[in-house]
Design a protein around this ligand. Structure first.
Ligand code: F6R
Length: 365
């Protein structure tokens, strides 16, 4: 079943160009360059007062990326919380709001409970799920499936990139409905989305150099991940992926928070993985990289050639990603982030498909 891969996780990382392509084909009208949801939703995005997102773990980080997309493309106010907090906090939810839950398995107990709470408050509910027969898929008022296929590796990879793909399509649809996204910008975004599977395939070709880099990462006791904008949740996701399969302590931070605490950790022994496509806030991230470099920190930059040239910094390594529309960068940048965690754990001899203490589906609270 693993084909010619050593682990399910490797197979699932490499499957991403295909499954993201399949998911895109489901939500995008390729001929007309626009997003087209296959089924009508039981609410109109233009009537929504607020979007409340809940999820756990990696699915929560997909939601955090989506917050940036819904706010910028659809000007829709978004609140997001991990499901285990949202459900017990019992936040006020008005009937003009939508609760969006995200789950690969569709069985995560806390996510299900927050969905049920939202329904009890009279909210519309929308679920982004990968298992179409799951409890969450059955109970939500509307479902937008991710078409990643069964995910076996405990660490979520292809489900995450498919969640991002679906969420970006939803944010584009919301932007059109709310009149905040021009037809021209929608076409540009769809053009960018269409290039994503190919760019992900290009990113998998960086595997050889990432494998070498992973040997360095494996020596670390702590690793810091930094990013701004949508790269901030990607930093959180990178840290989660590394810690869950390699057991190296890793933390993700908003790059701007560096000076508010984590900078105290920086010395030669702490690799700092900076996720920074050449976007509108790239310059700000460069200042943070300079702060790291000035303290002897070793930077691993995941960025593009333009950014690497503009930053002009000595890095321990640069993973040079293709040029792309920064809006779609999280989907493509998921690949090197996953490969770094994977190869670090494999090099350390860890069981990447069955990491200790973790279950694929968390149906207990
Ligand atoms: C991380 C991971 C977990 C899950 C989380 C939610 O790699 O796999 O953090 O993302 O347990 O699971 P689902 O998406 O099934 O609700």
């Amino acid at each position: 079943e693993k084909g010619n891969h050593r682990h399910f996780m490797a197979k699932e990382i490499h499957e991403q160009p295909e499954v993201v392509g399949r998911t895109l084909a489901h939500y995008v009208d390729l001929a007309n360059g626009r997003v087209a949801l296959p089924e009508a939703l039981p609410f109109d995005f233009k009537d929504l007062s607020r979007l409340s997102i809940t999820a756990c773990g990696t699915a929560y980080y997909a939601g955090l990326v989506a917050k940036y997309w819904f706010e910028s493309l659809a000007r829709l106010p978004v609140e997001i919380d991990v499901a285990s907090e949202a459900r017990y906090r019992e936040p006020p939810l008005d009937t003009a709001g939508l609760t969006l839950v995200i789950s690969q398995s569709g069985e995560t107990a806390d996510t299900l409970a927050s969905l049920r709470y939202a329904k009890s408050q009279g909210q519309h509910t929308l679920a982004v799920v990968n298992v179409p027969t799951s409890t969450i898929a059955r109970e939500a008022s509307a479902v937008v499936p991710t078409l990643a296929g069964p995910e076996i590796g405990v660490a979520s990879t292809k489900a995450f990139s498919c969640q991002l793909t679906v969420l970006l399509c939803l944010a584009i649809a919301a932007g059109r409905a709310r009149g905040t996204l021009s037809a021209e910008r929608e076409r540009e975004l769809v053009d960018a989305l269409i290039t994503v599977p190919g760019l992900m395939a290009d990113a998998t070709k960086l595997e050889g150099e990432i494998e070498l880099l992973a040997r360095e990462v494996s020596k670390a006791r702590d690793v810091l991940y930094l990013g701004r904008g949508t790269s901030y949740p990607m930093a959180l996701e990178g840290a989660l992926k590394l810690k869950e399969i390699s057991y190296i302590h890793a933390e993700g931070y908003a790059a701007g928070e560096l000076k508010h605490g984590p900078i105290a950790l920086i010395d030669e022994s702490v690799p700092v993985i900076v996720i920074a496509p050449h976007d509108a806030i790239f310059e700000k991230t460069v200042s943070n990289m300079q702060e790291v470099a000035a303290r002897g920190g070793r930077i691993i930059l995941i960025g593009d050639a333009k950014g690497a040239a503009a930053a002009g910094l000595d890095t321990m390594a640069t993973v040079t990603m293709p040029d792309l529309d920064p809006v779609v960068s999280p989907i493509v940048y998921a690949v090197p982030i996953q490969l770094i965690a994977y190869h670090t754990a494999v090099f350390m001899g860890k069981d990447v498909d069955q990491p200790r203490n973790l279950a694929k589906s968390v149906t207990v609270e």
